[in-house]
Design a protein around this ligand. Sequence first.
Ligand code: ITT
Length: 221
Amino acid sequence: MGRKIWFLTGNIGKVEEAREHLTPLGYEVSQLIVPKDAIIEPQSDSITDVAMAKIEQAKSHLPSGDNSKDMLMIEDAGLFIDSLSGFPGVYSSYVHQTIGCEGIIKLLSHLTTEDSVRLASLRSAEFRAVTVLWDDGEVYVGNGKCPGYISTSIVEGNGFGYDPIFVPYDLDSAGDSLSAGEYGEVSTHGSPFGGVEITTKKKFSHRSRALNDLFNQLPSA
Ligand code: ITT
């Protein structure tokens, strides 16, 4: 078994995706659950600031002593919708719990057209993730983005959070995201993340990109 990473999150979907990414790299990912009020999220318009504040507090919750070789990881993510000036952004979690995917679809209902290319640009959005890893006193930060657009209806199926309404833009042969309406080698063919397998989402996602960015910085990588 590889090195253990404690992932402090209340979101099991994030844990599953991190496992999908990190198990092949030789890490064992376990969810670290702490009491609801144990970590205070600061009010900030930067997901990086939120992530850094969380890792500072999270250290004291790491299962102790004999596990000192374990790593600790947290991630802060958000959905940024261009036509709403970046909303819900740092409020993504609260907005998901309150108005949910249905509410977002309603907020964008005036942005509609028969032209699919224009639609993908009118309703453009981006997922962003900042992942922070604590390893024996060293702190590493990885950033990832996934551009795409908000669908006009909700797809039930896989994933979590805003997956039922977020369609990623296609990828070119190098795995980089293209722009609205551009056709690439890798595509969900207009399906939101909720309509594809986790292995497909991994190719596009902000989470995978943040993890790649982070784990490329580790000395052993
Ligand atoms: P933790 O803070 O406990 O890790 P959370 O679900 O509150 O879990 P975030 O604040 O980072 O996580 O996420 C903000 C919101 O964005 C939340 O509603 C997530 O479900 C959603 N989100 C993040 N990544 C997503 C993804 O890959 N697909 C769909 N929704 C996502």
